[in-house]
Ligand binder design. Sequence first.
Ligand code: FAD
Length: 276
Amino acid sequence: MKAAPFAWQRPASLPAALQALQAEGCSAVGGGQSLGPMLNLRLARPAALVDLRRLPELRGSALQDGVLRLGAAVTHAEIEDGLVPDTTRGMLPTVARGIAYRAVRNRGTLGGSLCHADPAADWVNALMALGATVSLSSPQGTRQLPLEDFIIAGYATALQPGEVLTEVELPAFGPGLRWGYHKLCPKVGEFADAIGVVVVDPGIGFCRVLVGAIETRPALLPDAAGLLREAAQAPDPHALFSAAVTRACPGADPVFIHQHAVALVRALAQMNARQP
Ligand SMILES: Cc1cc2nc3c(=O)[nH]c(=O)nc-3n(C[C@H](O)[C@H](O)[C@H](O)COP(=O)(O)OP(=O)(O)OC[C@H]3O[C@@H](n4cnc5c(N)ncnc54)[C@H](O)[C@@H]3O)c2cc1C
């Protein structure tokens, strides 16, 4: 099937884009890698698309006092290629490299991935585990939300009509940051069946354990530091993580629990293998 007809607008600035998005039936487009298939299947039928990819306000990246800010139109490939700063000791480029294949990564953007909010998407999971905050702009001004408040469910976000996600900000990580990211999928580059993420930075008191590619938004496991302490002592961390996944995903079947516990076990092993 082909997309229904729509107009294409390419504003030159963020204020012009926000203005254009106030019109009835107008929708934002980033790399078009999720929206494109939805247009072709006629699951989305906008009157006009407002192209955000070249907006200078969304294309930048900045590193100040250890805080990294990435524009929403930065592509997966730009992160993979190290064209933007990385404060995560390699986590961002590693995650980028595992997304789909290069043609998708050349066009797909951070902002598009987060706004699409596929629960199995790599940035949704990785950036939530990294404690990211997103900036949202509208003609009324700009607001910031922690990513775990922005993603409210699978394919559902706190984005208001006419709002644009402009920037992603990461905490000021130090040299003690360690991480593990495991995406369980049948073939490299496919969407995940299960995701496990562990991020620890003792210098800033940061510790997150996340289980993702679940039916709703990713789950940040409670008392992550306590869980990791227990895992370090446990003869079988798989059993410990299975119990944690069962609590996070009530009613999940045994295969689901096993896969997600395995993703967590492997993420933890990956983190432990990294030098502090
Ligand atoms: C074959 C294939 C395989 C893929 N595999 C993976 C994978 O393994 N892992 C993974 O994580 N992803 C995967 N993807 C998805 C890919 O990463 C997309 O790039 C991403 O999900 C959407 O980014 P985009 O910039 O293309 O957004 P678009 O498709 O342009 O937009 C998606 C949605 O977000 C809205 N939007 C876009 N940008 C903004 C913004 N700045 N502010 C407000 N709203 C905005 C749009 O209106 C639309 O509703 C795959 C895609 C394809 C086609």
